[in-house]
Design a binder for this molecule. Sequence first.
Ligand code: NAP
Ligand code: SF4
Length: 674
Amino acid sequence: MSFPHLLRPLDLGFTTIKNRIMMGSMHTRMELIDRTYERLAAFYGERAKGSAGLIVTGGYAPNESGVIEAGAPVFDSEKDVPNHRIVTDRVHAEGGKILMQVLHTGRNAKIDQPVGASDIPSRINPCTPHILTSNEIEQTIEDFAQCSLLAKQADYDGVEIMASEGYLINQMLVTRTNNRTDEWGGSYENRMRFAIEIIRRVKEKVGDDFIIMYRISAIDLVEDGCTGAEIIQLAKALEKVGVTIFNTGIGWHEARIPTIAYMVPRAAWRFAIRNIAENVNIPVIASNRINTPEVAEDIVASGDAAMVSMARPMLADPHFARKVTNGEANEINTCIGCNQACLDFIFTDRVASCLVNPKAARELEFDEAVKNAGDKTIAVIGSGPAGLSAACTAAELGHTVTLFEAGSEIGGQLNLAKIVPDKTEFYEFIRYFDSQLKKYNVDIQLNTRVDANTLGGQFDEVIVATGIVPRTPDIPGIDHPSVMSYLDLLTGNVKAGKRVAVLGAGGIGFDVAVLLAHGKGDSAPDTDTFLLKWGVDTTMSEPGSLSRAGPCFPAPAHEITMLQRKPKSLGRSLGLTSGWVLRAELGAAGVHSVPGVTYQKIDDEGLHYSVNDEDKLLAVDSIVVCTGQDSDNALYQELTASGLNCRLIGGASEAKELDALAAVSQGMEVAANL
Ligand code: NAP
Ligand code: SF4
């Protein structure tokens, strides 16, 4: 497929952007660790080298009260200009353009005393905000303008004024968060004034030859949020006072509708972006769950937006745009929407990275880790995420690699993930690895079991990545015909009856429960079904675009009970940004949760267990065992016993650590250090 619309330059009058692919803003927390500007320069420089048309930095607060969290960056002084130039110089040297995001988080700030339009606390930050006085509002507007001027002095190509996701500018706009009675509250005209004054004053300071991007909330998805008509009214007013280009945000952070996780269909929100694009005369950028060039091309070609913003996809593949340009789209490492190493890291006070690309935001470490050009012969055994990652990295570094796989296809546990409802994005990860194996001439030996004899003497290095085996818990009756492993259920080898007990409530227990509730996930999630299910008003006539009928989840296919031994509530180990969605889905499906159990036995009556020493019987037709995994390291033991020197990685080395993120990362690190 070709991508003519995506690759067409965008002429903004005083400057031209070389294509329609933007790396959207993402908070990485790199600002909070050592070598900040060196790291940021390497991070954004790599994306500029990868031909991103435009890059937007993470948020810089215009004053101390606007930070995301204590210690997060503020840009309010000329003394920081030289540091920012380290970043802008690097991006420009690579032929890119970069905007700095100016962000005031308002009541969402994780600091002792956040500020807000009113004293209404947020669902995600219970601290009561200090009500900004008129003078403080005037000063905040001035701070936005001054921060933008500093960005210009630091040679950024423009600023993005962050006004979506429920941050301060958004908070001033709606009655949900603004119950003021002065000139900043009351009528919608008054509530729009803060946004309009910011743009007017920024424009006065920075002049005409500097991009002013305004990130507008295209749909709020919260009670008492804007209607579609109000959003258009605001956009038109902002266009008049000097916005160059609109970027879009989808939903407030506190919305109870998923907006970017993997269960959101690709480009699900384009109807909300179209609502703005059809009503203004300046370019509009689409965002959220746009992760492939095909989807991006379709959006730009249709006129729903002039450009496409991809933040996480640029973590996943810094060379996304270059690959599109060079006809190598099949080699793009696609963001699978898992949030596991980006948002979940950020929200748990870690520096962001990426499950499919652990180099993201670790560019310096990985570059420094590679000691020698590869010239060895390497055997990698096992083609799950750890083995694939090791094989591709080693081959890319110049080693001659043979990949042995006992099964008939590559992917290992990734092949299971893609069966789970809404996790079809995992196909992309396997497709990416497949493209890299071919590109770097890895010799793939499928249906091949190796032993010490077949390997002996042939290879300089042997990497064992034989993965895991499901753990069988020691429960009397575990071999009863009603019991099945999650592997057999997911692969379709067995079917569950009407009433099902799920033993174990980790990531796989939840995946299995979702599969049981909603059926097999062999096709990508459908947008209309998704929007209806979560109660989105696509006419955008209701406040916040929440439908009056509310969410409408389908009836579950099974009666499901999930159990775990820990006395805590179920699902605590799930990712912060996707766990609540799974819990909501399973809650709507009437799934029962039983923590604190002691398993006693399984027989024809069902599952016998106790809670607080009280005996219980769960009469079920099927019992699905999702009780974790043990390492499959038998081959490693055999090889080392025969004197072969091997490296053990992935689940085979530490099943407790089994997750794709750790496996991919470890495979890459081992291969870089051969
Ligand atoms: P897990 O997260 O370790 O969960 C295993 C579950 O089994 C726990 O609920 C544990 O709870 C129970 N269990 C463990 N040993 C047991 C035993 N001997 N007898 C009875 N129950 C036992 O493992 P998983 O669910 O298989 O997930 C594996 C990996 O896949 C995880 O590392 C996860 O990161 C990844 N994954 C993540 C997601 C996601 O985040 N959405 C989805 C899929 C997979 P009790 O000990 O309290 O009973
Ligand atoms: Fe995308 Fe997952 Fe990587 Fe985040 S961690 S950028 S969601 S693939």
